[in-house]
Design a protein. Structure first.
Length: 87
């Protein structure tokens, strides 16, 4: 079997075969654009609950980190909440 000389490829074919499909690039670009716009809108709107802080520490409306009952702390005082016989 004789060795045939390699067929030279045009330089554009090699570079193009290494790139992902243009539809995939467009989809990724669209995702980046949507996330950037949603981040900008969230930053412009500000915090959802400015008075809310983490669960470290005591007090506040953060939701009791040391509450053994699992109710989140302070839920018993909510208006319209009834405890007891399944009503």
């Amino acid at each position: 079997m004789a060795d045939a000389p390699p067929v030279p490829r045009p330089s554009g074919v090699t570079a193009r075969s290494l790139l992902p499909p243009s539809a995939l690039c467009g989809f990724v670009l669209l995702l980046v654009l949507v996330f950037a716009l949603s981040y900008a809108a969230g930053s412009a709107a500000g915090p959802v609950a400015p008075g809310m802080h983490g669960t470290s520490g005591s007090g506040g409306g953060g939701g009791g980190g040391d509450d053994p009952s699992g109710t989140g702390g302070g839920m018993e005082d909510m208006p319209g909440m009834r405890h007891g016989s399944g009503e």
